[in-house]
Design a protein around this ligand. Structure first.
Ligand SMILES: [Fe+2]
Length: 244
């Protein structure tokens, strides 16, 4: 596996591959997103297209092909970022199937898998499901759990679920208020009170660079002590990418 640069921010969740999901719509938009993120201080990205049972049923081969095309176009445009790939799994049959087959699409070839939990309710089996993921040799990262209603104003419940079983990744879109005040408040609680292990842009388009990524970076700098912010943006994601 290629190691990320040790300086700069690392984003382990964004939709930068063109035309595969609800993210980037063209290779030009993908390159623009990468240029913008580099200008904002990022040095390493892991593209995470949706993987589910409805619209995003493609296999790893398609992700791999688009990843290669995107990385080539970015290099040709002078972008100096490292681009890896993974997937953002929705919780459902496809996730379970890939898990049973030990064929999960992991983040940049590590053992970490990005998992989006159901938002309306938490299945009672979730602790054992996360444990199963670990027993299969993977380790789950929970994508924007602040969007899950059962954790709103009850982050201790999320902490209890994740403890020893999963990492907590908070999204810039939630921090910006894209999904309303309750989710925004929960996201900031997770980040400021130390529950979050890492933050990710979950960027879907070049438009979000100025509307979401830049302002959230500024607000994070204002509200968090520098060492804490460095852990969320660089330290922890770097450790995940570089340890087996
Ligand atoms: Fe996402």
């Amino acid at each position: 596996m290629e190691h990320p640069k040790l300086s700069g921010f690392i984003d382990l969740h964004l939709h930068v591959l063109p035309g595969i999901d609800d993210g980037s719509r063209s290779i030009e938009a993908s390159v623009e997103m990468m240029q913008g993120l580099q200008a904002l201080g990022y040095s390493h990205l892991v593209a995470t297209p949706h993987a589910d049972d409805q619209r995003h049923t493609y296999g790893v081969d398609r992700i791999e092909r688009l990843h290669a095309e995107t990385a080539r176009a970015a290099t040709a445009a002078g972008v100096g970022l490292t681009l890896g790939y993974g997937a953002e799994y929705a919780y459902g049959p496809r996730f379970h199937d890939d898990l049973q087959r030990r064929a999960m699409i992991t983040l940049a070839g590590t053992r970490y898998v990005l998992l989006e939990l159901p938002e309306a309710f938490m299945p009672a089996t979730m602790p054992s499901v996360l444990f199963e993921v670990g027993r299969a040799g993977y380790y789950p990262i929970l994508a924007h759990p602040e969007r899950c209603a059962p954790f709103h104003d009850d982050v201790a419940r999320l902490e209890a679920l994740a403890s020893g079983r999963a990492l907590i990744q908070v999204s810039f879109r939630s921090l910006a208020g894209t999904f309303g005040r309750t989710i925004k408040r929960t996201a900031w609680t997770l980040v400021e009170q130390g529950y979050a292990d890492l933050v990710a842009t979950d960027c879907h388009s070049p438009r979000e660079l100025g509307k979401i990524v830049r302002p959230v970076l500024e607000e994070l700098r204002e509200r968090l002590p520098a060492p804490k912010l460095a852990r969320l943006l660089t330290g922890t994601p770097n450790r995940l990418l570089t340890t087996a």
